[in-house]
Write a protein that binds this ligand. Sequence first.
Ligand code: GUN
Length: 294
Amino acid sequence: MTARIIDGKLIAAELRARVADEVARLKRAHRLTPGLAVVLVGNDPASEVYVRSKHTQTQAAGMASFEHRLSAEIAQADLLALIAKLNRDPAVHGILVQLPLPKSIHTETVINAIDPAKDVDGLHPSNAGRLAGGFEALSPCTPLGCIILTKSVHASLEGMNAIVIGRSNLVGRPLLQLLLNENATVTIAHSRSRELARLCARADLVYAAVGRPEMVRADWIKPGATVIDVGINRLPAGDGKTRLVGDVAFREVAEVAGAITPVPGGVGQMTVACLLVNTLRAACAIAGLPKPGV
Ligand code: GUN
């Protein structure tokens, strides 16, 4: 293997430590404890794991963590009432509704109900629009993590050719905007794109966020490119357990790429760390304090 492995676990731990320092300073200097409310509807096993990890890491950073676990049968009006309560609660600076929601609930209506100032997922149209306009915004955590990982390899992304494979609201679209803010030249590809391999072969930076196991192959990659794998796919491991694989065929791509994120231990680690950063930023903005140094 020739590629440098980007250690998301280490970079996320460093980021969490910086958040914890800043939280301690806010408590001392301003008696402000940032608070994050996470709402989980139903009991999707993957979501359960994420929510538990968010709770543990929020507390470890010295922040207040408020968990709301609701039945999958909850009426949409009751979920909206909870969000209205969290919007008014002065101890809550960040609100995250874990996705996906049960089919009986209209996701867009729920996201639109979150106060944009507390929308630490960056999914509210107000934040998505601000990001697209190049204005200051709360931005989705996974794309923020992707940018930090890329910058651990390249101090500047200016003028680089980037390709984002996937156009979801949670990853692909906001990542496109964040890369533009870094002055990269960005192509966004998706399931209908033609000649994906050829588009990829031009890219200095490849972001795979499609949810298709090991779709990106070695012969798609320009030698020396940086490859960021956002995919988290659970495949049967044969012994009744599951194993995680990304959207990139890691072993073969690592022979061609200059740097690559592993799965697990890459982007996944960064998402929660960036959620803590967003909660910190939201708390400072709501309290009228300057933007934190993290
Ligand atoms: N489900 C998987 N990833 C995410 C995320 O980043 N935010 C929310 N709200 N739900 C998710």
